[in-house]
Design a protein around this ligand. Structure first.
Ligand SMILES: [Zn+2]
Length: 282
């Protein structure tokens, strides 16, 4: 059997000394409707990647204040330079985070690109913004000019009131207004707004990541998006530590797509998007 390349485009890690408390806080914020499957540390991530044979994982940090840009980009660089160990450097693809309210956001985005980081993570609930506002369209035009991938939380968030900041209709407007932007709409285009994804995003030039929560595993609207969106625009993701790699891979396989399409979703598409040319051995 040929080994297929596995790339998760959506994982989170937290500093060793804060991980436990951060995960507890996040669970509490979500009224304990979510449970982490791991400790949320870099070591925990690598251990599970190794166990599941994952080649690469994209790290998605979220600056909840503009000034956090610096520590986040420095950590990204430390990972890539091998300062967090050779395995981290070989298997992790850290993204940066530029807060939408940062006055220096455009020069920060330029710095991200100049430092060779391939994209930015955006989370409109933790970084308050309306996805298709004129300011955000400027932000996205800047990302397009710099060839940065945008990995964005989409849909409602389990930890916040259901206010539509970044649902599928707003994603649709972004991709209409900023054609060519490499935009990953997480959670199949909009967590708990999958009817909107079906109406607004199916077949469009937007990547959808496959991260879902275990309780959404049997959701038929979510699964039909996975079956109907162009397979070259779907990217395997877990939102680790909120879903295990094994369960995330199983979820993609459950769609019953053609073998070649399943392989593309599990890693091939992400490899092209991120400029990855070869698998990473353990
Ligand atoms: Zn996430």
């Amino acid at each position: 059997m040929i080994k297929i390349m596995l790339i998760d485009v959506h994982t989170h890690i937290f500093p060793e000394n804060l991980a436990e408390r951060t995960l507890l806080n996040l669970c509490e914020k979500a009224n304990n409707t979510i449970t982490p499957i791991a400790d949320g540390t870099l070591g925990g991530l690598l251990a599970e990647m190794r166990a599941s044979g994952l080649d690469y994982a994209v790290i998605c940090p979220i600056a909840t204040k503009p000034k956090q840009f610096t520590v986040i980009i420095e950590e990204a660089e430390a990972i890539s330079k091998g300062e967090r160990g050779a395995e981290a450097a070989r298997h992790l693809i850290p993204f940066a985070s530029v807060h939408p309210a940062d006055e220096a956001r455009f020069s920060r985005l330029r710095e991200v690109a100049e430092r060779g980081i391939r994209g930015v993570k955006l989370h409109p609930y933790y970084q308050p913004c309306i996805l298709d506002s004129p300011e955000m369209l400027e932000y996205f035009r800047c990302c397009l000019d710099l060839n940065l991938v945008v990995q964005c939380h989409c849909g409602f968030d389990v930890g916040f009131p259901f206010e539509p900041l970044c649902g599928p209709e707003r994603v649709a407007r972004v991709i209409r207004e900023v054609p060519g932007l490499r935009f990953i709409a997480a959670h199949l285009g909009g967590w708990r707004q999958w009817g909107g994804t079906a109406e607004q995003l199916l077949g469009k030039d937007v990547y959808l990541d496959t991260s879902i929560l275990p309780q959404d595993n049997d959701n038929r609207s979510a699964m039909s998006i996975l079956r109907e969106h162009p397979p070259e625009k779907l990217l395997f993701a877990t939102d680790w530590p909120w879903l295990s790699f094994a369960d995330g891979i199983e979820y993609v396989r459950k769609a019953g797509l053609k073998k070649a399409d399943t392989r593309a979703i599990l890693g091939g598409n992400a490899a092209k998007l991120l400029g990855v040319t070869k698998p990473a051995a353990w």
